[in-house]
Design a binder for this molecule. Structure first.
Ligand SMILES: [Zn+2]
Length: 79
């Protein structure tokens, strides 16, 4: 997969990048569970910023489960 308009990833994902990425993923969520549109910008979900956030978190080594826990307000020992 892959989109030509994807935003570039930071070369090294810092804790600050993780915070930004989590915010992007949380704010750029679907308008309702399993919705097809981003509730922030109305683009098709997952929108560009949501994809960027996911890729940053993946690059940092966080699993989907850990990301879900962080989104829910839980804590995770960052890899
Ligand atoms: Zn969005």
């Amino acid at each position: 997969m892959g989109f030509v308009d994807d935003l570039p990833l930071p070369p090294y994902v810092t804790r600050e990048d993780v915070v930004f990425a989590l915010r992007a993923v949380t704010v750029h969520a679907p308008e309702r569970p399993n919705g097809a549109r981003c509730r922030k910008d109305g683009a098709a979900h997952p929108c560009r910023l949501h994809r960027w956030g996911r890729r940053v978190l993946e690059k940092r080594g966080l699993t989907d489960e850990q990301v879900q826990r962080l989104i829910a307000g839980g804590t995770v020992a960052l890899p």
